[in-house]
Design a protein around this ligand. Sequence first.
Ligand SMILES: [Zn+2]
Length: 285
Amino acid sequence: MAEVRIAPLIDEDCFEIGLNHLFPSADAARLAGEADWLCPDHLDPSMATVRLGMKSWLVRAGGRTILVDTCIGQHKERPRHPAWHRRASDRLLRELSHAGLAPTDIDLVLCTHLHADHVGWNTRLEDGRWVPTFPRARYAMSRREMEDWRARARHSAEPVNHGAFADSILPVVDAGLALFVTAGDALAEGVTVEALPGHTAEHFGLHVDRPQGAALFCGDAIHSPVQLLVPEWTSAFCGDPDLAIATRIAMLDRAAHEGLELYPAHFRGAGSLRIRRHGGAFRPA
Ligand SMILES: [Zn+2]
């Protein structure tokens, strides 16, 4: 089995969101006495606010150089989301450069799903036009999710998906760079698309075989380590909450039993984790 190299590329850290804004059904009392290890990195000590990051994962595996998700991006019009609106930061590209790579070195981008905070760096602004940031890459995505956004855009006078469909998804489709994939597709030797539905209809994970145990890049199937304690809390942004919960519990169970290492999009810091069962829930291993 070939060597796999993985590095986080951080676009934003940290951003805060109210516990009950992120998880509408959350009751902080359920964390009492259990949450010390989450504070202050992932949860403020009053337990009212969750602390998250935004990262892409750089994965070198099977002879390919892959980015999993592309975060918020730069210069995008996001008037309903002030922290993302006309954002100047180029941190993600600088982190890519620190990893010794240029945008032209990326040959595959996997969009776990098409939310605005996962596709932003798909494109960059050049002479007033949105062009693919990674011009040699194919952008793997769900055809169903792309077509869903296209249909919504057709029937809406307002920009859909915070404007991300028009400025971050359509330009790579129109450039012929979209690679429509489905669960089970192999993208390289030992690199497979996996179904993790619920957050969105066809949310994908990327499963990568490694000698030291497999890695699963799991996007928004889990948003915060708070959900290890209560996997039933699901985000306000999950399209099908019941399915998102079932997918998360099944994924965490597998990770605990198979030694699968999880690489989510929104955990802070190094941001990957191995976990173990703890009563009816989970803890870091
Ligand atoms: Zn999302």
